[in-house]
Design a protein around this ligand. Structure first.
Ligand code: MN
Ligand code: MN
Length: 482
Protein backbone atom coordinates (compact mmCIF):
# COMPACT_ATOMS: atom_id res chain seq x y z
CA UNK A 1 0.00 0.00 0.00
CA UNK A 2 0.81 3.71 0.03
CA UNK A 3 2.43 3.84 3.47
CA UNK A 4 4.88 1.02 2.65
CA UNK A 5 5.98 2.90 -0.44
CA UNK A 6 6.44 6.08 1.61
CA UNK A 7 8.56 4.13 4.12
CA UNK A 8 10.79 2.90 1.33
CA UNK A 9 11.20 6.42 -0.05
CA UNK A 10 12.20 7.74 3.38
CA UNK A 11 14.64 4.88 3.84
CA UNK A 12 16.11 5.61 0.40
CA UNK A 13 16.71 9.27 1.31
CA UNK A 14 18.37 8.29 4.57
CA UNK A 15 20.77 5.88 2.76
CA UNK A 16 21.62 8.58 0.27
CA UNK A 17 22.41 11.14 2.97
CA UNK A 18 24.54 8.74 5.03
CA UNK A 19 26.67 7.48 2.17
CA UNK A 20 29.65 9.13 0.63
CA UNK A 21 29.24 10.12 -2.99
CA UNK A 22 31.83 7.54 -4.07
CA UNK A 23 29.97 4.74 -2.35
CA UNK A 24 26.74 6.04 -3.77
CA UNK A 25 28.16 6.02 -7.26
CA UNK A 26 29.27 2.41 -6.76
CA UNK A 27 25.82 1.45 -5.52
CA UNK A 28 23.71 3.16 -8.11
CA UNK A 29 25.64 3.64 -11.34
CA UNK A 30 26.44 0.98 -13.93
CA UNK A 31 30.12 0.30 -14.47
CA UNK A 32 31.32 -1.53 -17.57
CA UNK A 33 33.44 -4.60 -16.85
CA UNK A 34 36.60 -5.89 -18.47
CA UNK A 35 37.16 -9.62 -18.82
CA UNK A 36 40.82 -9.27 -17.81
CA UNK A 37 39.75 -7.79 -14.46
CA UNK A 38 37.14 -10.42 -13.60
CA UNK A 39 38.77 -11.24 -10.27
CA UNK A 40 39.07 -14.94 -11.12
CA UNK A 41 42.36 -16.82 -11.13
CA UNK A 42 44.24 -16.89 -14.48
CA UNK A 43 41.41 -15.91 -16.81
CA UNK A 44 43.79 -14.56 -19.50
CA UNK A 45 45.82 -17.79 -19.50
CA UNK A 46 42.69 -19.97 -19.56
CA UNK A 47 41.45 -17.91 -22.50
CA UNK A 48 44.76 -18.41 -24.35
CA UNK A 49 44.60 -22.18 -23.76
CA UNK A 50 40.96 -22.37 -24.83
CA UNK A 51 41.71 -20.45 -28.06
CA UNK A 52 44.16 -23.16 -29.21
CA UNK A 53 41.31 -25.66 -29.65
CA UNK A 54 39.22 -23.00 -31.35
CA UNK A 55 41.93 -22.17 -33.90
CA UNK A 56 42.26 -25.86 -34.83
CA UNK A 57 38.46 -26.05 -35.25
CA UNK A 58 38.50 -22.99 -37.53
CA UNK A 59 41.18 -24.45 -39.79
CA UNK A 60 39.32 -27.78 -40.04
CA UNK A 61 35.90 -26.19 -40.66
CA UNK A 62 35.83 -23.41 -43.26
CA UNK A 63 32.44 -24.36 -44.69
CA UNK A 64 29.18 -25.51 -43.10
CA UNK A 65 29.79 -29.04 -44.41
CA UNK A 66 33.22 -29.18 -42.79
CA UNK A 67 31.87 -27.71 -39.53
CA UNK A 68 29.15 -30.39 -39.40
CA UNK A 69 31.72 -33.11 -40.12
CA UNK A 70 34.05 -31.83 -37.38
CA UNK A 71 31.10 -31.38 -34.99
CA UNK A 72 30.11 -35.03 -35.51
CA UNK A 73 33.68 -36.23 -34.91
CA UNK A 74 33.84 -34.26 -31.66
CA UNK A 75 30.37 -35.45 -30.58
CA UNK A 76 31.07 -39.12 -31.29
CA UNK A 77 34.23 -38.88 -29.17
CA UNK A 78 31.92 -37.69 -26.35
CA UNK A 79 29.52 -40.63 -26.75
CA UNK A 80 26.84 -39.00 -28.94
CA UNK A 81 25.05 -41.37 -31.34
CA UNK A 82 23.39 -40.66 -34.71
CA UNK A 83 19.61 -40.23 -34.67
CA UNK A 84 17.12 -40.73 -37.51
CA UNK A 85 13.53 -39.52 -37.41
CA UNK A 86 11.22 -42.40 -36.51
CA UNK A 87 13.66 -43.85 -33.99
CA UNK A 88 12.81 -43.75 -30.29
CA UNK A 89 15.02 -41.56 -28.10
CA UNK A 90 15.96 -42.65 -24.59
CA UNK A 91 16.16 -40.46 -21.51
CA UNK A 92 19.77 -39.95 -20.52
CA UNK A 93 20.86 -40.51 -24.15
CA UNK A 94 23.15 -38.29 -26.21
CA UNK A 95 22.33 -37.94 -29.90
CA UNK A 96 22.97 -35.92 -33.03
CA UNK A 97 20.82 -35.36 -36.08
CA UNK A 98 22.78 -34.68 -39.27
CA UNK A 99 20.59 -32.55 -41.55
CA UNK A 100 21.88 -33.15 -45.11
CA UNK A 101 25.49 -32.78 -43.99
CA UNK A 102 25.02 -29.02 -43.71
CA UNK A 103 23.35 -28.40 -40.37
CA UNK A 104 23.60 -30.36 -37.12
CA UNK A 105 21.38 -30.84 -34.06
CA UNK A 106 23.10 -32.30 -30.98
CA UNK A 107 21.03 -33.11 -27.91
CA UNK A 108 21.37 -34.78 -24.53
CA UNK A 109 18.26 -35.86 -22.66
CA UNK A 110 18.17 -35.02 -18.96
CA UNK A 111 16.31 -36.47 -16.00
CA UNK A 112 14.20 -33.39 -15.18
CA UNK A 113 10.48 -33.17 -15.97
CA UNK A 114 10.80 -31.74 -19.48
CA UNK A 115 7.37 -30.05 -19.53
CA UNK A 116 8.51 -27.96 -16.56
CA UNK A 117 12.26 -27.65 -17.25
CA UNK A 118 12.09 -27.36 -21.05
CA UNK A 119 15.10 -27.62 -23.35
CA UNK A 120 18.14 -25.35 -23.13
CA UNK A 121 18.81 -24.49 -26.75
CA UNK A 122 21.93 -22.79 -28.11
CA UNK A 123 21.98 -22.00 -31.82
CA UNK A 124 24.90 -20.76 -33.92
CA UNK A 125 25.38 -20.80 -37.68
CA UNK A 126 28.30 -22.40 -39.48
CA UNK A 127 27.98 -20.82 -42.93
CA UNK A 128 30.07 -17.71 -43.62
CA UNK A 129 30.29 -15.21 -46.49
CA UNK A 130 32.28 -16.59 -49.43
CA UNK A 131 32.32 -16.91 -53.23
CA UNK A 132 30.25 -19.83 -54.55
CA UNK A 133 30.92 -21.24 -58.03
CA UNK A 134 28.10 -20.92 -60.57
CA UNK A 135 26.71 -24.13 -62.10
CA UNK A 136 28.48 -23.36 -65.40
CA UNK A 137 31.65 -21.99 -63.85
CA UNK A 138 34.48 -22.90 -66.24
CA UNK A 139 35.54 -20.62 -69.11
CA UNK A 140 38.60 -19.41 -70.99
CA UNK A 141 39.40 -15.80 -71.84
CA UNK A 142 42.60 -14.10 -73.00
CA UNK A 143 44.81 -17.09 -72.30
CA UNK A 144 43.48 -17.78 -68.80
CA UNK A 145 40.99 -20.30 -67.44
CA UNK A 146 38.53 -19.08 -64.80
CA UNK A 147 35.69 -20.16 -62.53
CA UNK A 148 32.68 -17.83 -62.47
CA UNK A 149 31.40 -17.06 -58.96
CA UNK A 150 28.28 -15.71 -57.28
CA UNK A 151 29.06 -14.30 -53.85
CA UNK A 152 27.27 -15.80 -50.83
CA UNK A 153 26.18 -13.47 -48.02
CA UNK A 154 26.96 -9.82 -47.42
CA UNK A 155 30.44 -8.85 -48.57
CA UNK A 156 32.38 -5.70 -49.45
CA UNK A 157 33.52 -6.98 -52.84
CA UNK A 158 36.75 -4.97 -52.97
CA UNK A 159 38.02 -6.96 -49.94
CA UNK A 160 37.87 -10.25 -51.85
CA UNK A 161 40.14 -9.49 -54.83
CA UNK A 162 43.94 -10.08 -54.85
CA UNK A 163 43.85 -12.33 -51.78
CA UNK A 164 44.81 -16.02 -51.65
CA UNK A 165 41.71 -18.21 -51.95
CA UNK A 166 41.16 -21.94 -51.40
CA UNK A 167 38.46 -24.09 -52.97
CA UNK A 168 36.20 -26.26 -50.78
CA UNK A 169 33.11 -28.33 -51.49
CA UNK A 170 31.61 -31.37 -53.15
CA UNK A 171 30.89 -32.54 -56.70
CA UNK A 172 28.18 -35.13 -57.34
CA UNK A 173 29.05 -37.09 -60.50
CA UNK A 174 26.58 -38.32 -63.13
CA UNK A 175 26.52 -41.78 -61.51
CA UNK A 176 25.50 -40.28 -58.14
CA UNK A 177 28.88 -40.72 -56.45
CA UNK A 178 30.27 -37.74 -54.53
CA UNK A 179 33.82 -36.41 -54.43
CA UNK A 180 35.09 -33.97 -51.77
CA UNK A 181 37.22 -31.06 -52.93
CA UNK A 182 39.66 -29.14 -50.74
CA UNK A 183 42.50 -27.32 -52.50
CA UNK A 184 44.65 -24.60 -50.97
CA UNK A 185 44.81 -25.62 -47.31
CA UNK A 186 47.92 -27.80 -47.47
CA UNK A 187 51.19 -25.85 -47.77
CA UNK A 188 52.03 -27.75 -50.96
CA UNK A 189 48.65 -27.00 -52.60
CA UNK A 190 48.16 -24.36 -55.29
CA UNK A 191 45.95 -21.35 -54.48
CA UNK A 192 43.52 -19.23 -56.50
CA UNK A 193 42.93 -15.50 -56.70
CA UNK A 194 40.74 -12.83 -58.30
CA UNK A 195 43.00 -10.26 -60.00
CA UNK A 196 42.23 -6.54 -59.72
CA UNK A 197 43.16 -3.65 -61.98
CA UNK A 198 46.65 -2.23 -61.47
CA UNK A 199 46.68 1.23 -59.84
CA UNK A 200 48.50 2.66 -62.90
CA UNK A 201 45.41 2.12 -65.07
CA UNK A 202 42.75 2.57 -62.40
CA UNK A 203 42.12 6.31 -62.65
CA UNK A 204 38.51 5.75 -63.75
CA UNK A 205 37.90 2.81 -61.35
CA UNK A 206 39.21 4.84 -58.42
CA UNK A 207 36.52 7.48 -58.96
CA UNK A 208 33.79 4.87 -58.39
CA UNK A 209 32.01 4.52 -55.03
CA UNK A 210 33.23 1.49 -53.05
CA UNK A 211 30.14 -0.58 -53.92
CA UNK A 212 30.78 -0.08 -57.66
CA UNK A 213 34.56 -0.42 -57.94
CA UNK A 214 34.40 -4.24 -58.19
CA UNK A 215 31.49 -5.81 -60.05
CA UNK A 216 30.06 -9.11 -58.85
CA UNK A 217 29.91 -10.50 -62.38
CA UNK A 218 33.65 -9.88 -62.82
CA UNK A 219 34.66 -11.77 -59.67
CA UNK A 220 36.10 -14.68 -61.61
CA UNK A 221 38.58 -17.00 -59.98
CA UNK A 222 41.91 -17.39 -61.84
CA UNK A 223 42.55 -21.14 -62.10
CA UNK A 224 44.97 -21.77 -65.01
CA UNK A 225 47.07 -20.41 -67.86
CA UNK A 226 48.82 -23.39 -69.46
CA UNK A 227 47.32 -24.62 -72.76
CA UNK A 228 46.63 -28.25 -73.76
CA UNK A 229 49.48 -29.61 -75.90
CA UNK A 230 47.47 -30.22 -79.11
CA UNK A 231 47.44 -26.90 -81.01
CA UNK A 232 44.56 -28.01 -83.26
CA UNK A 233 41.84 -27.82 -80.58
CA UNK A 234 40.07 -24.63 -79.44
CA UNK A 235 40.00 -23.31 -75.82
CA UNK A 236 43.23 -25.12 -75.01
CA UNK A 237 43.68 -23.57 -71.53
CA UNK A 238 40.15 -24.51 -70.48
CA UNK A 239 40.72 -28.05 -71.83
CA UNK A 240 44.01 -28.40 -69.94
CA UNK A 241 42.38 -27.23 -66.68
CA UNK A 242 39.44 -29.64 -67.16
CA UNK A 243 41.87 -32.48 -67.95
CA UNK A 244 43.65 -31.90 -64.61
CA UNK A 245 40.33 -31.81 -62.74
CA UNK A 246 39.23 -35.00 -64.48
CA UNK A 247 42.47 -36.78 -63.55
CA UNK A 248 42.30 -35.68 -59.91
CA UNK A 249 38.56 -35.89 -59.19
CA UNK A 250 37.13 -38.12 -61.96
CA UNK A 251 34.71 -35.40 -63.08
CA UNK A 252 33.58 -33.83 -66.35
CA UNK A 253 32.54 -30.22 -66.96
CA UNK A 254 28.87 -31.27 -66.79
CA UNK A 255 29.37 -32.47 -63.20
CA UNK A 256 29.66 -28.84 -62.00
CA UNK A 257 25.88 -28.68 -62.47
CA UNK A 258 25.50 -30.90 -59.39
CA UNK A 259 28.31 -29.37 -57.33
CA UNK A 260 28.67 -27.01 -54.38
CA UNK A 261 32.10 -25.43 -54.57
CA UNK A 262 33.13 -22.32 -52.69
CA UNK A 263 36.20 -20.09 -52.77
CA UNK A 264 37.15 -19.15 -49.21
CA UNK A 265 40.14 -17.22 -47.83
CA UNK A 266 43.14 -19.54 -47.65
CA UNK A 267 44.63 -17.91 -44.56
CA UNK A 268 44.85 -19.95 -41.35
CA UNK A 269 43.69 -18.81 -37.92
CA UNK A 270 46.56 -16.98 -36.21
CA UNK A 271 47.20 -14.97 -33.06
CA UNK A 272 46.99 -11.21 -33.51
CA UNK A 273 49.02 -8.70 -31.50
CA UNK A 274 52.36 -8.82 -29.62
CA UNK A 275 50.33 -9.95 -26.61
CA UNK A 276 48.59 -12.68 -28.65
CA UNK A 277 45.32 -11.49 -27.11
CA UNK A 278 43.30 -11.80 -30.33
CA UNK A 279 42.68 -14.32 -33.12
CA UNK A 280 42.56 -13.39 -36.80
CA UNK A 281 40.75 -15.82 -39.10
CA UNK A 282 38.22 -16.32 -41.85
CA UNK A 283 34.69 -17.09 -40.65
CA UNK A 284 34.65 -16.18 -36.94
CA UNK A 285 31.04 -15.25 -37.82
CA UNK A 286 29.75 -17.60 -36.58
CA UNK A 287 32.11 -20.46 -35.78
CA UNK A 288 33.30 -18.35 -32.83
CA UNK A 289 29.94 -19.22 -31.24
CA UNK A 290 29.54 -22.71 -32.76
CA UNK A 291 32.73 -23.94 -31.08
CA UNK A 292 31.81 -22.75 -27.54
CA UNK A 293 28.36 -24.30 -28.05
CA UNK A 294 30.05 -27.66 -28.59
CA UNK A 295 32.50 -27.34 -25.69
CA UNK A 296 29.75 -26.11 -23.35
CA UNK A 297 27.50 -29.02 -24.35
CA UNK A 298 30.24 -31.60 -23.79
CA UNK A 299 31.11 -30.05 -20.43
CA UNK A 300 27.47 -30.12 -19.24
CA UNK A 301 25.96 -33.07 -21.16
CA UNK A 302 25.54 -35.17 -18.04
CA UNK A 303 23.56 -32.55 -16.17
CA UNK A 304 19.91 -33.30 -15.38
CA UNK A 305 18.73 -30.70 -17.90
CA UNK A 306 17.91 -31.45 -21.52
CA UNK A 307 20.13 -29.55 -23.96
CA UNK A 308 20.02 -28.93 -27.68
CA UNK A 309 22.89 -27.44 -29.70
CA UNK A 310 22.15 -26.27 -33.23
CA UNK A 311 24.75 -25.63 -35.92
CA UNK A 312 22.66 -23.93 -38.60
CA UNK A 313 23.26 -23.28 -42.29
CA UNK A 314 22.09 -20.46 -44.61
CA UNK A 315 21.98 -17.76 -41.90
CA UNK A 316 24.00 -15.44 -44.11
CA UNK A 317 21.39 -15.60 -46.89
CA UNK A 318 18.20 -15.45 -44.79
CA UNK A 319 17.96 -18.91 -43.13
CA UNK A 320 15.86 -20.36 -45.97
CA UNK A 321 15.98 -23.88 -47.38
CA UNK A 322 16.11 -27.36 -45.85
CA UNK A 323 19.15 -26.58 -43.70
CA UNK A 324 18.21 -23.00 -42.70
CA UNK A 325 16.56 -22.20 -39.36
CA UNK A 326 13.26 -21.35 -41.05
CA UNK A 327 12.75 -25.04 -41.97
CA UNK A 328 10.51 -27.27 -39.81
CA UNK A 329 13.41 -29.46 -38.68
CA UNK A 330 13.72 -27.73 -35.28
CA UNK A 331 10.06 -28.48 -34.56
CA UNK A 332 10.59 -32.10 -35.62
CA UNK A 333 13.62 -32.47 -33.31
CA UNK A 334 11.71 -30.97 -30.36
CA UNK A 335 8.80 -33.30 -31.11
CA UNK A 336 11.11 -36.34 -31.10
CA UNK A 337 12.70 -35.26 -27.80
CA UNK A 338 9.29 -34.57 -26.21
CA UNK A 339 8.11 -37.99 -27.36
CA UNK A 340 10.81 -39.70 -25.29
CA UNK A 341 9.14 -38.24 -22.17
CA UNK A 342 5.56 -38.70 -23.35
CA UNK A 343 5.39 -34.91 -23.08
CA UNK A 344 3.39 -32.36 -25.06
CA UNK A 345 5.82 -30.62 -27.40
CA UNK A 346 3.87 -27.36 -27.04
CA UNK A 347 4.47 -27.53 -23.28
CA UNK A 348 8.14 -28.33 -23.85
CA UNK A 349 8.57 -25.39 -26.24
CA UNK A 350 6.82 -23.03 -23.83
CA UNK A 351 9.21 -24.08 -21.03
CA UNK A 352 12.32 -23.96 -23.23
CA UNK A 353 14.86 -21.15 -23.54
CA UNK A 354 17.30 -20.32 -26.29
CA UNK A 355 20.51 -18.39 -26.68
CA UNK A 356 20.90 -17.43 -30.32
CA UNK A 357 24.69 -17.52 -30.26
CA UNK A 358 25.90 -15.11 -32.90
CA UNK A 359 28.51 -12.42 -33.20
CA UNK A 360 27.99 -8.69 -32.69
CA UNK A 361 29.96 -5.73 -33.99
CA UNK A 362 32.93 -4.81 -31.80
CA UNK A 363 33.45 -1.08 -31.32
CA UNK A 364 36.10 0.04 -33.82
CA UNK A 365 37.77 3.29 -32.69
CA UNK A 366 38.91 3.96 -36.26
CA UNK A 367 35.25 4.08 -37.36
CA UNK A 368 33.76 5.45 -34.16
CA UNK A 369 31.09 7.56 -35.86
CA UNK A 370 28.82 4.58 -36.74
CA UNK A 371 28.58 3.36 -33.13
CA UNK A 372 26.65 4.60 -30.11
CA UNK A 373 29.47 4.45 -27.55
CA UNK A 374 26.97 3.83 -24.73
CA UNK A 375 25.50 0.79 -26.48
CA UNK A 376 28.46 -0.68 -28.35
CA UNK A 377 30.21 -3.98 -27.62
CA UNK A 378 33.83 -3.53 -26.54
CA UNK A 379 36.47 -6.14 -27.34
CA UNK A 380 37.68 -7.53 -24.01
CA UNK A 381 34.36 -6.56 -22.41
CA UNK A 382 33.25 -10.20 -22.39
CA UNK A 383 30.42 -12.04 -24.11
CA UNK A 384 27.84 -9.63 -25.54
CA UNK A 385 24.07 -9.85 -25.29
CA UNK A 386 21.89 -8.16 -27.91
CA UNK A 387 18.34 -7.86 -26.57
CA UNK A 388 17.24 -7.10 -30.10
CA UNK A 389 18.79 -6.93 -33.58
CA UNK A 390 17.11 -5.72 -36.77
CA UNK A 391 17.28 -2.31 -38.42
CA UNK A 392 15.31 0.91 -39.01
CA UNK A 393 12.82 0.72 -36.17
CA UNK A 394 13.71 -2.78 -34.89
CA UNK A 395 12.35 -4.48 -38.03
CA UNK A 396 13.18 -8.17 -38.27
CA UNK A 397 13.95 -8.87 -34.61
CA UNK A 398 12.33 -11.02 -31.93
CA UNK A 399 13.32 -8.50 -29.16
CA UNK A 400 13.71 -10.62 -26.02
CA UNK A 401 11.47 -9.66 -23.10
CA UNK A 402 12.76 -7.83 -20.03
CA UNK A 403 11.85 -10.92 -17.98
CA UNK A 404 13.90 -13.25 -20.16
CA UNK A 405 16.87 -10.85 -20.25
CA UNK A 406 16.56 -10.65 -16.46
CA UNK A 407 16.71 -14.45 -16.21
CA UNK A 408 19.84 -14.68 -18.38
CA UNK A 409 21.36 -11.75 -16.46
CA UNK A 410 20.96 -13.62 -13.17
CA UNK A 411 22.48 -16.78 -14.68
CA UNK A 412 25.53 -14.96 -16.05
CA UNK A 413 26.12 -12.87 -12.93
CA UNK A 414 25.63 -15.93 -10.73
CA UNK A 415 28.35 -17.76 -12.63
CA UNK A 416 30.78 -14.81 -12.57
CA UNK A 417 30.74 -14.44 -16.35
CA UNK A 418 31.94 -11.07 -17.65
CA UNK A 419 29.34 -9.89 -20.12
CA UNK A 420 28.08 -6.72 -21.74
CA UNK A 421 25.04 -5.61 -23.66
CA UNK A 422 24.98 -3.80 -26.99
CA UNK A 423 23.26 -3.18 -30.26
CA UNK A 424 24.85 -3.37 -33.68
CA UNK A 425 25.49 0.33 -34.31
CA UNK A 426 23.88 3.75 -34.35
CA UNK A 427 20.15 3.92 -35.03
CA UNK A 428 19.69 4.08 -38.83
CA UNK A 429 23.39 3.36 -39.51
CA UNK A 430 22.46 -0.11 -40.83
CA UNK A 431 21.69 -3.28 -38.94
CA UNK A 432 21.47 -7.03 -39.23
CA UNK A 433 19.60 -10.09 -38.08
CA UNK A 434 20.26 -13.55 -36.67
CA UNK A 435 18.39 -16.85 -36.34
CA UNK A 436 16.78 -15.62 -33.07
CA UNK A 437 13.48 -14.70 -34.70
CA UNK A 438 13.15 -18.13 -36.36
CA UNK A 439 13.50 -19.91 -33.01
CA UNK A 440 11.33 -17.46 -31.09
CA UNK A 441 8.55 -18.10 -33.62
CA UNK A 442 8.22 -21.61 -32.12
CA UNK A 443 7.13 -19.98 -28.86
CA UNK A 444 10.61 -20.25 -27.32
CA UNK A 445 12.09 -17.34 -25.36
CA UNK A 446 15.27 -16.39 -27.22
CA UNK A 447 17.98 -13.76 -26.90
CA UNK A 448 21.17 -13.12 -28.90
CA UNK A 449 24.46 -13.72 -27.12
CA UNK A 450 27.94 -14.04 -28.63
CA UNK A 451 31.38 -12.67 -29.35
CA UNK A 452 32.18 -9.10 -30.53
CA UNK A 453 33.99 -9.17 -33.90
CA UNK A 454 36.13 -6.60 -35.72
CA UNK A 455 35.82 -6.44 -39.55
CA UNK A 456 32.75 -8.71 -39.60
CA UNK A 457 32.23 -10.45 -42.98
CA UNK A 458 35.71 -9.48 -44.20
CA UNK A 459 38.00 -12.28 -45.47
CA UNK A 460 39.96 -11.92 -42.22
CA UNK A 461 38.01 -11.09 -39.04
CA UNK A 462 39.39 -10.47 -35.55
CA UNK A 463 38.10 -11.48 -32.10
CA UNK A 464 39.40 -11.33 -28.52
CA UNK A 465 40.39 -14.55 -26.75
CA UNK A 466 38.86 -13.48 -23.42
CA UNK A 467 35.52 -12.74 -25.09
CA UNK A 468 35.61 -16.19 -26.70
CA UNK A 469 36.37 -17.82 -23.35
CA UNK A 470 33.60 -15.83 -21.62
CA UNK A 471 31.20 -17.11 -24.29
CA UNK A 472 32.15 -20.68 -23.40
CA UNK A 473 31.56 -19.91 -19.71
CA UNK A 474 28.25 -18.19 -20.49
CA UNK A 475 26.95 -21.17 -22.46
CA UNK A 476 28.09 -23.57 -19.71
CA UNK A 477 26.19 -21.49 -17.14
CA UNK A 478 23.08 -21.42 -19.33
CA UNK A 479 23.21 -25.20 -19.81
CA UNK A 480 23.76 -26.15 -16.20
CA UNK A 481 22.30 -23.52 -13.86
CA UNK A 482 18.70 -23.45 -12.64
MN1 MN B 1 26.35 -14.36 -37.75
MN1 MN C 1 27.08 -12.76 -40.62
Amino acid sequence: GGSGSADRTAKGRRIIMEDSSKKLSEQLLFKAKNAYDDGAEGTAQKARDYAEGYKAFLDAAKTEREAVKRGIEMAEAEGFRPFRFGEKLERGGKYYYNNCGKSLYLFSLGSEDIERDGIRITAAHVDSPRLDLKQHPLFEEGGFSYFKTHYYGGIKKYQWVTIPLALHGVVVRADGSTVDVCVGEDESDPLFTIPDLLIHLASEQMTQPMNKGIKGENMNLLIGSEPFTDTEVSERVKLETMKLLSERYGITEEDFISAELSAVPAAKARDIGFDRSMVGAYGHDDRVCAYPELTALFECADSRHTMLVILADKEETGSDGVTGMQSDVLGDVIHAISDAYGASDAAVRAASACLSADVSAAFDPMHADVYDRRNAAVMGGGVVMNKYTGSRGKYGTSDASAEFVGRIRRILDGAGVVWQTAELGKVDAGGGGTVAAYIARHGINTVDLGVPVLSMHAPYETISKVDLYMTHLALCAFNSRD
